[in-house]
Ligand binder design. Structure first.
Ligand SMILES: [Zn+2]
Length: 576
């Protein structure tokens, strides 16, 4: 192991308590959970100081959770700033999911003309209107990759001082110092630069679960996301690639953000890759309540019969798929390309089990395309089961498998071999590619708040379908989507979940911009990148769901595969 950076940081709350002068009152905005902030306030009372510690992260949401009394309130109006260097809806998004937490009261969000960093809140109680100003401390800065960002920051204000000044908090300092140390480190010229780049942070903040869907506010999860994508951007920039380029292969970047025992520390080191799995017990596939064991995936695949297809990952893990030959029109089914999206893995296997019993069935099932990412997601979930862990979306090379091709892979074709073998064996006209996305809000608080290049995924907005087709396949694709969504309508609860998520999305983000087909949002585009003329991609909001919600997720995935397979038999025959 090679250590690149290691240090501990003084906690901002402790420094503020230490520096407080008896008899003076102040307010401060820090990145801390409610319990830690209340504790610091109590310590100050003992010192004879009245202070109020507020959340620098999602300040409007926490003002409603901690301070604002809604008794007797019938209507709420929130006027939010619009900053030229941030998306127009940025501060409305940061208020998410407030609209679902006000107990059915009317709530309106109104864009202001100015960019002053505060919200104006008007509460109507009968004939009386109360107005409040809720500060939202932010700073405009040039980030690591040269982009101008508007990001939440710490703030300090003495009683009687209307303005106050910026306070660089522990949360911001640990992030910037670690990133700068990695930025300055010489990784050499050849990709991949390392096996695992491990960023281990202890930060004493507990997650705050909200009584809305799968929502949980997590400072540590947000830190994982900001570290992961900021480091990808660092290597994109260093290699002259555009931001968001998905072909980069730096190695496996692993931010592990732990609550620890009260101290704040960061250790960055380069480590060897692992090659095992951290499997739990086998589950009943149809009723699985959490991601299934890798060993169970292998056994279920073998039980399907047919021909085994295999490949090896960078770490040496096996990628396995099955080809079941028959006289039907062939369909390729895949899952686990992004293994932190776990319902597609179960859905692919459940559908394959049913198809394998059908006379004439003809398909390839490749349920876990990225086992290195899956092993990482198992590891990260042990510490933080409700964090979305986008580090586990990528392979041990650090690339997105979707963008690895025969042409750009060089010596690293690896996992992709399975897909090429499946295409060659079947010549399938349809590829059903099962995916998911976060089931709660995804942010990068220190780099402009919204996840750069993934802004459309920041909030859940239901189960939706993405269809990509070759030129000349539009009509067949439309027919497929119509058939599949008609079938999905029959799944109990699915349309209701969609409606609830889309309604809340629209209050905080605006229109989805998707076409609705039979109640399901769909995106259709002409795309010649894939060999199959039609690719149907599912997107279930499944990152971090468990229990009954997990069962509902893989059931939707299973039913999509089965409906698409059946529809494809008619579509393929009609057009031949
Ligand atoms: Zn995905």
């Amino acid at each position: 192991m090679t250590e690149i950076f290691h240090r501990s940081f003084e906690r901002s709350l402790d420094a503020l308590v230490e520096a407080a002068v008896p008899g003076r009152s102040f307010e401060a905005w820090t990145f801390d959970d409610p319990a830690s902030r209340r504790d610091a306030e109590r310590r100050l009372i003992e010192k004879g100081v009245r202070a109020r510690f507020r959340s620098a992260y999602k300040p409007l949401l926490f003002a409603f959770l901690e301070d604002i009394d809604l008794a007797g309130v019938t209507a709420i109006e929130v006027r939010y700033p619009v900053h030229a260097q941030a998306p127009a809806n940025r501060f409305r998004l940061e208020a998410y999911p407030l609209a679902a937490l006000v107990g059915g009261r009317r709530i309106d969000f109104v864009a202001r003309e100015d960019d002053a960093f505060h919200y104006d809140v008007a509460l109507t109680r009968g004939e009386v209107e109360e107005t409040l100003t809720i500060p939202a401390p932010n700073r405009v800065h040039i980030d690591l990759v040269g982009e101008t960002s508007v990001s939440p920051t710490g703030w300090y204000r003495d009683a009687g001082d209307g303005t106050g000044h910026r306070l660089e908090t522990d949360y911001e300092r640990l992030f910037h110092e670690a990133i700068e140390a990695i930025e300055a480190y010489d990784f050499g010229r050849d990709e991949p630069y390392f096996e695992e780049l491990n960023v281990r942070v202890t930060y004493p903040a507990e997650d705050v679960a909200l009584p809305v869907g799968d929502e949980v506010v997590s400072l540590r999860e947000a830190l994982h996301e900001d570290f992961y994508f900021s480091l990808l951007e660092r290597f994109q920039k260093a290699t002259g690639r555009p931001l968001g380029d998905r072909g980069l292969r730096p190695g496996q970047i692993v931010p592990e953000i732990l609550a620890g025992d009260g101290g704040i520390s960061v250790r960055v080191e380069v480590r060897p890759l692992t090659s095992g799995f951290l499997d739990g017990r086998d589950q009943d596939l149809d009723e699985a309540i959490e991601p299934i064991a890798a060993g169970q995936i292998e056994r279920l695949l073998a039980a399907l019969g047919g021909e085994e297809l295999d490949a090896r990952t960078r770490s040496g893990r096996l990628v396995a798929a099955r080809y079941v030959p028959g006289h039907d029109a062939a369909v390729m089914i895949s899952g686990g390309q992004h293994p932190n999206e776990p319902t597609g893995i179960v859905g692919a296997l459940r559908a394959a089990e049913q198809l394998a019993r059908k006379n004439g069935a003809h398909f390839v099932v490749s349920p876990l395309e990225n086992p290195d990412g899956y092993a990482l997601s198992q590891r990260l979930r042990r510490d933080n089961p409700r964090h979305m862990h986008h580090a586990a979306r990528y392979t041990a090379l650090g690339d997105d498998l979707e963008y690895r091709t025969r042409e750009n892979a060089g010596a690293h074709l690896g996992e992709k071999t399975i897909h090429l073998k499946a295409e060659a064996l079947t010549g399938a006209g349809l590829h059903v590619n099962l995916h998911g996305y976060p089931s709660h809000e995804w942010t990068r608080p220190l780099s402009g708040y919204l996840p750069r290049n993934f802004a459309m995924w920041t909030l859940p907005k239901g189960f939706f379908l993405v269809a990509r087709h070759h030129e000349g396949w539009a009509e067949r694709t439309e027919r497929l989507l119509d058939r599949v969504t008609r079938h999905l309508r029959t799944i109990p609860g699915l349309l209701d979940t969609n409606r609830r998520q889309i309604d809340l999305y629209e209050v905080h983000a605006g229109e989805t911009g998707f076409r609705m087909i039979n109640g399901f949002p769909c995106l259709v585009s002409v795309d010649g990148r894939h060999s199959a003329p039609v690719t149907l991609i599912t997107e279930y909001p499944d990152e971090t769901i468990y229990g009954a919600a997990f069962v509902a997720g893989h059931t939707a995935q299973t039913e999509t595969v089965l409906a698409a397979y059946e529809a494809w038999q008619d579509i393929a025959t009609t057009w031949v």
